[in-house]
Structure formats: structure tokens, C-alpha cells
Design a protein around this ligand. Structure first.
Ligand code: NDP
Length: 328
């Protein structure tokens, strides 16, 4: 029997946005624990850039994309989490979300509540679940904590500002432009720093009366890591979770002693979404925040999936804010 086909964004080699091609690909046969999902919306995330450039590896040729929302079309005989007709959403490995239809393991799929649209689902799963674990598990934020959040107007950043505000934190957000500062403020960020112009260490010390922050969440990586350590109070926690400016150089752990018995962690969402005992309560918490209106899922950019080259160019040039979705 001839394989079923779908349109997808595939790469055959790593490189710039131009390596992404809108082509017809064969859908793999449905394995016993696989699910076929028809996407209604697909999420755009910075991790897609890492897979495209080769910083992170995936099999070649391969379809990019880590997040989507849609309807279950078919399930393998051992699938237990979802059934045909269910509205679902997911974030996580393996890549393959940049497609109209995909076959994927059931592991990361969760049912989407009726109150949440497909577009919201595709915009919130990866960034929202990330913020869920960052604020509760990487470091448990307490009311009154000073928190430095880099790239506060980005996808993860705008979820973080809203959730931190709901938790009663004092939020200091770095942003790349005055327009982004206004946007971050509208999501609850009390203090913004234009870190491309201002010395963010000095500004954090001023804002915190020289005490420093309880935690720094740093997804920028190479450009900000060392300075971020100087924004922490003694025994503060440094959470490095991304590489938007490039990966952090190897670290001399003695630095952590010299700067005040600091804690350092480098988490990834993949650890969480591949363990159902973690994923299900995290997804339930995220959905509750959204349904209760504490977190608004606003989609600031929409592109046709076929036009993803433009979407990557805008993301890497720091032209996007908040969440972005791709329409298949
Ligand atoms: P964003 O929407 O936040 O886009 C990235 C932002 O980073 C830019 O808009 C820009 O904001 C800032 N930035 C700083 N330096 C650079 C640079 N040299 N090039 C490009 N951008 C730069 O993306 P996402 O919300 O998708 O992801 C944010 C970060 O979180 C990424 O690093 C991503 O890898 C990481 N992440 C990690 C996860 C994990 O579990 N470990 C899960 C999800 C995301 P500005 O102009 O304001 O500086």
C-alpha cells in the first residue's frame, strides 16, 4: 500500500533559514504507541533555530518543530492517553511539528480543554510548561522575591512576567528595545532594563538596594551568563535554560563559591514532558492559570507554515515579541 503523504517543512542539511523547504513527505506507518495528529496550529520556538543550525541534532532529512495542537485522527493499538477525535496539544521531542499531519509517540500528548483554542494550545505548551517548571521547580519563587528574567518580552518571557506577577514576585526584566519594555510592563514586569544600552548589573543593584536577586532566569546564554551571576544575592540561584546568543562557555565552578555560594542549574523541558507524572500536573496547572484568566495567551505573530523562512528570520533578528504560531 502506498504511504500516506503530508506537506511539511523539511531540512536535509543544517544552516540558515533557507535550508527549510516546503515539500511533500511520506507519513510513517502508525506504530502500536503512535498517534496521528492533524495540526490546526504549530508553535514557533527558539529551539527550532537550534535544530535548524545544528546546535542541537536531529536525524536528516527531518521535519523541524517541537509543538502543535490539533485533532487525533488515528491511534496505534497500545495508545492509552488519547483517542480519535480528541483535541490535543503537545510540546517536546521528537521534532516533526512543522507539518499538516504527523505521526508521533503518544508520550507528550495531552487533551486540550474546550476553553482553550488550537491556536492558544500551539502558542502556550512549550513556553508555558517551561515557565511552569522554571518558577516552581528550578527555583520555587516566593512572594516578594526579586527575580531577574532576561528577554522578558519574548515568548517564554511574557508567560513568565504574567505568572511571576500572579505569584507576587518583584520582576526585573531585560529587553532589547523601548517598545519591548512597554510590552513587558503590560504583562506585569515592574522594572525593565534596556540591556543593549544599560549596564544591567548596575541597574539590578540599584533596583534591589544592593541586595541582589533571589534568582536569575537566563535564556540568552553566552552574552549574559557571567554578568548574571553578579545580579544574585548570596545563596541565590542561577537558572540557565537557553542559548539565544550562543551556548555558555565552560564554567569554573569555583566562581560559584567566590560569588556567594550560588546554585547553578541548566534544566530542559524535555526532562519534564517525557515523564507523565510530571507532565500531567504541570499541564493541568498551566491550563488552570489560562482558564482562570491569570495568564493571557496572546499571539503576536502568525505566519503560514509554508512561509516559515520569514518567521525564523524575524525570530533570530529579535523582531518578534510574545508567542508566534505557524498555520498549516
Ligand atoms: P524569544 O521569543 O524569547 O526570542 C528570543 C529573544 O532572545 C529575542 O527576542 C531577544 O529579545 C533575545 N536575544 C538576546 N540575545 C539574542 C541574540 N543574540 N539573538 C537573538 N535573540 C536574542 O524565544 P522563545 O520564547 O522561543 O525562547 C526563549 C529562550 O528560552 C530561548 O533561548 C530558548 O532556547 C529557551 N527555552 C528553553 C527551554 C528549556 O526548557 N530549557 C524551553 C523553552 C525555551 P531582546 O531583543 O529583548 O533581547
Amino acid at each position: 500500500m502506498a504511504a500516506e503523504k503530508t506537506k511539511a517543512i523539511r531540512i536535509a542539511r543544517t544552516g540558515g533559514p533557507e535550508v527549510m523547504e516546503w515539500v511533500e513527505v511520506d507519513l510513517p506507518a502508525l506504530g502500536p504507541k503512535d498517534v496521528r495528529v492533524k495540526h490546526h496550529a504549530v508553535g514557533l520556538n527558539y529551539i527550532d533555530v537550534y535544530f535548524r543550525t545544528g546546535l542541537y541534532q536531529q536525524p536528516m532529512p527531518g521535519v523541524l518543530g517541537m509543538e502543535g495542537a490539533g485533532v487525533v485522527e488515528a491511534v496505534g493499538e497500545q495508545v492509552t492517553y488519547v483517542k480519535p477525535g480528541d483535541r490535543v496539544a503537545y510540546a517536546g521531542k521528537p521534532p516533526g511539528a512543522y507539518a499538516q499531519v504527523r505521526v508521533m509517540p503518544q508520550d507528550t500528548l495531552v487533551k486540550l480543554p474546550d476553553a482553550i483554542s488550537f491556536e492558544q494550545g500551539a502558542a502556550m505548551m512549550l513556553q508555558g510548561l517551561t515557565v511552569q517548571y522554571l518558577l516552581h521547580d528550578s527555583y520555587a519563587v516566593k512572594p516578594g522575591d526579586y527575580v531577574l528574567f532576561h528577554a522578558a518580552a519574548g515568548g517564554v518571557g511574557t508567560f513568565a512576567c504574567q505568572w511571576l506577577k500572579a505569584m507576587g514576585a518583584n520582576i526585573i526584566g531585560t529587553v532589547g528595545s523601548p517598545e519591548k519594555a512597554e510590552l513587558a510592563k503590560s504583562y506585569g514586569c515592574q522594572h525593565t532594563i534596556l540591556y543593549r544600552q544599560e549596564d544591567f548589573v548596575k541597574r539590578v543593584q540599584e533596583i534591589t538596594d544592593g541586595k541582589g536577586c533571589a534568582v536569575v532566569y537566563d535564556s540568552v546564554g553566552k552574552d549574559t551568563f557571567l554578568k548574571s551571576l553578579d545580579c544574585l544575592r548570596p545563596r541565590g540561584t542561577m537558572v540557565v535554560y537557553g542559548n539565544s546568543s550562543g551556548p555558555v562557555d565552560p564554567v569554573d565552578v569555583g566562581l560559584l563559591a567566590g560569588k556567594g555560594s550560588l546554585r547553578l542549574t541548566r534544566p530542559t523541558l524535555m526532562t519534564y514532558v517525557h515523564d507523565r507524572s510530571l507532565l500531567e500536573p504541570m499541564a493541568a496547572d498551566l491550563f488552570k492559570q489560562v482558564i482562570d484568566g491569570k495568564i493571557k495567551v496572546e499571539i503576536n505573530q502568525r505566519y503560514d507554515l509554508a512561509n516559515v523562512v520569514q518567521a525564523h528570520q524575524d525570530l533570530e533578528a529579535r523582531r518578534t515579541t510574545g508567542s508566534t504560531i505557524l498555520l498549516p
